[in-house]
Design a binder for this molecule. Structure first.
Ligand SMILES: [Zn+2]
Length: 60
């Protein structure tokens, strides 16, 4: 099973790899600062019952 995923920073367009916290539930949303440009992105992570992970980011 994959244990990391990625999102695209809404500010600089960089792909950022993030670890998946499976203990946090099937739908997660949190704010993280882009490590490249330091803009705050809202990260959404969805884990399907089959274990497939979708994730995306948008500017806060
Ligand atoms: Zn960025």
């Amino acid at each position: 099973m994959q244990d990391d995923t990625q999102y695209t920073c809404g500010s600089c367009g960089e792909e950022i790899v993030i670890p998946i916290d499976f203990s946090a539930g099937p739908r997660q949303q949190y704010v993280e600062d882009c490590p490249v440009c330091c803009c705050a992105n809202v990260i959404c992570v969805e884990i399907s019952p089959e274990g497939e992970v979708s994730s995306w980011g948008k500017l806060e």
